[in-house]
Every structure is written in C-alpha cells, then in structure tokens.
Design a protein around this ligand. Sequence first.
Ligand code: CO
Length: 347
Amino acid sequence: MRIDLHTHILPRAWPDWTAKSGYAGWVSLAHDDPGCPVGCARMVQSLPGGGTKFFRDVQPNLWDPGVRLEQMDATGVHAQVLSTVPVMFSTWARAQDAHDLHRLLNDHIAEVCRAEPDRFFGLACIPLQDPELACRELSRAVSELGLRGVQIGTHVNGLNLDHPTLRPVLAHAARLDACVFVHPWDMLGGDRLTNYWMPWLVGMPTETTIAIMSVLFAGILDELPDLRLCFAHAGGSFPGTLGRIRHGYQCRRDLFPPAARDPVAYLRDAASGVPARFWVDSLTHDAAALSHIIELFGTSRVALGSDYPFPLGEDRPGELISTLAALTESQREDLTSRAALAFLARG
Ligand code: CO
C-alpha cells in the first residue's frame, strides 16, 4: 500500500477574492486563458490597478478528484494526503480575508475526503498572520471537518517558526493531536534567486533548513513533546548540512540558547533504533540522498511524498524507494505507508 503524504489540491474555481476584499494579490484559476492548452488552466495573481500576473499552468489533476483517482490507480498510490498549494497561504493579506479563503479551501478538502474516505486524507490551511484566528480555524478543520492536521509555511511574514507569537499555534496543534506539515514558501533571496528556477531549487531547501534549525535549537520539540512535525522535500538542505551545523553548534555554543541540544539528539539513534523526533518526506530525486535521510531519521520517520501534481515531484510516487535494494519488506512498508499513517494518526 502506498500513501502519498505530499500532494496539493485546489477547487476548480472560487469567488473573486480581489473583488471581495477590495485589494489585489489573490490567486485565481483562469480556465479560459487563450495562452493555455485546452483543458488546462492558468493560475494567476491579481495586480494592483487591474490585470494579472502569471503564476503557473496547471492540469485537471490539480482540481478534479476523478482524474486524481485514475492517476493514483495507474501509479499504485492507494491514498493521497491533500494540502493546498502554498501560494494560497496568503499571509501577506488581511487576516480576516485569508481566514475566509482558508475556510473555503478547508471545506473543499474535507468534501473531497468525505467522498472517498479510503483514498484521501486532508490537511488544513490557517491564517498564521493572526495566531488566534489560525487556532480557531485549526480547531474547526480538525474537530468539525475531520482533517488530520495542517500545512504551514517555513516562516510567517519573515518570522521564523521559533518566534514566540507562533508558539501558541504549535501548542494548539499538539493539544488537538493535529499533525503539522511544514512546506517552504515565500522563499528568501529576492532578486538574487531570479534565474535558473532558483527560488524552487535553492530557496525552498534553504527555507526548510531555516525552519528545522529554528524548531530544533529553540527546543520546541522538548517544550511540546506531543507535537508531530514533518518537513517537505526530505528536510531540504538540512540533511546535507548537518555536519556543518553540528560543528558550528559545538564550536560556538555562545551563539545558541543554553538549553539547546546537538541536533542529532532529535534524529535516529542508531544504537537503540529509536527513530527521529520528527518526520520528513522522501522527495530527494536521488537514491544516495534518500539512503542518507533514511539513515538519519529511520524508516518510520521518512514518508513517501511526491509533490503531486507538480513538475518538481516524483512522477511515479515511491519509485525511488523501490530502487533501494538494502531494505527489508517491513522497512519498505514504513516508507510507503506506515510512516505517513503514524504522522496522520489522531488519538
Ligand atoms: Co509541495
């Protein structure tokens, strides 16, 4: 059984949030854009003063559950974990407007999950620019809609995940027994990351490293022992930078809080076999890198994630896992389903 922890979905359409809110910056799906191939749609962002800016072209597998199910069947994926497209986080917007949009997106994800409860699990989105509203929507999404947790960004308008204003949200997720999937967005780098798709290829892995550093060195996992966190794209650059990070921590302890621990304290303990204290998905596009994260986290903390339906994802989810020869059947099952189920499990 394969469960894909990292997939994105949107409704086919939703009301014009630019008209509704009275300001620009919102995303919409243009189904009749002349520049777009038949059957596809163009994701665009409204501009102040009118008009739109191109974001990306998308196919029906983004919004049509029927198409998704066909493709899942064709690639041997039993279930997908659905989360919104990170551009919908809308942390730049007025909180109430983002909250209204998130309610609509969460209702949609819940509806798709209810129609096919064996095939889809859902993660919510919440307006993190207002932590109180965010907690309220997380409660509703989990308790009323039956979603398993939430997808959040790697920062909120420049505040890293260790910022004190965000702690109540993480604490609330732990209290609700809701998992938290951390997906990079609003990538750093500005104009220097304009070329060569660098926001996605360099910015995203760096964002995820910042998020993991912030969580670990602030002691959030010690403060919230029940919090379940998973970082997208196999933890970004963190696994490859771990040696440098540890060395830096050891030689300049003065730059870290007194209670901070060596990051390996949160990773798999090879001697006892105790797995890492947090999850990552399996999306590396590189067998050696995947073997490395399995070594660091343990098979029960690496969950198959494909980034479906986007081009940077793994076309046949789980194919790279299947190429790793040194795994037992049980370890393979961890990677393809049990790690995800443990992350999603409530109660
Ligand atoms: Co993604």
